[in-house]
Design a protein around this ligand. Structure first.
Ligand SMILES: COC(=O)[C@H](Cc1ccco1)c1ccncc1
Length: 130
């Protein structure tokens, strides 16, 4: 009902704000758009579920997320995919893995500092009721 739409609207505002802040962070430039398949033809063979910050934003607008937990699961794909596709000891791989770990820690810190646990509980209840 109306109160549920109010909660989901507030969730989308929070998730857009988080995603936009991540997209502005220069460390996360490589995560802002899908990996270029022309540039990396084998990427889709290795990575089953590509994800990036612009796709997160599209998903938010398409009302894909009813809880913060669902959003974090997709956000985690971004850094998990980067660790999986770039495992080598060469400096390029080490650099993107360092940024992937920074992304993981930054998402968790923002959620810990800025998400009210009562608000997330209400979102979970909306999800269960559907
Ligand atoms: C999330 O981005 C990636 O996984 C690509 C993979 C990639 C390899 C070659 C071109 O792109 C990446 C981009 C920038 N620096 C390292 C790796």
């Amino acid at each position: 009902e109306e109160q549920e739409e109010d909660v989901l609207r507030e969730l989308r505002l929070f998730l857009r704000n988080v995603t936009e802040r991540l997209s502005l962070d220069r460390r996360f430039k490589a995560f802002t758009k899908p990996v270029d398949i022309e540039e990396v033809p084998d990427y889709m063979l290795v990575i089953r579920k590509p994800m990036d910050l612009s796709t997160l934003l599209t998903n938010i607008d398409e009302q894909k997320y009813v809880t913060v937990g669902e959003f974090v699961s997709d956000a985690d794909l971004i850094w998990q995919n980067a660790l999986e596709y770039n495992p080598d000891s060469d400096p390029m791989d080490r650099h993107i893995r360092h940024r992937a770990c920074a992304l993981k820690d930054t998402v968790r810190a923002i959620i810990r500092d800025e998400l009210d646990e009562d608000f997330e509980r209400v979102c979970e209840e909306v999800k269960e009721s559907r």
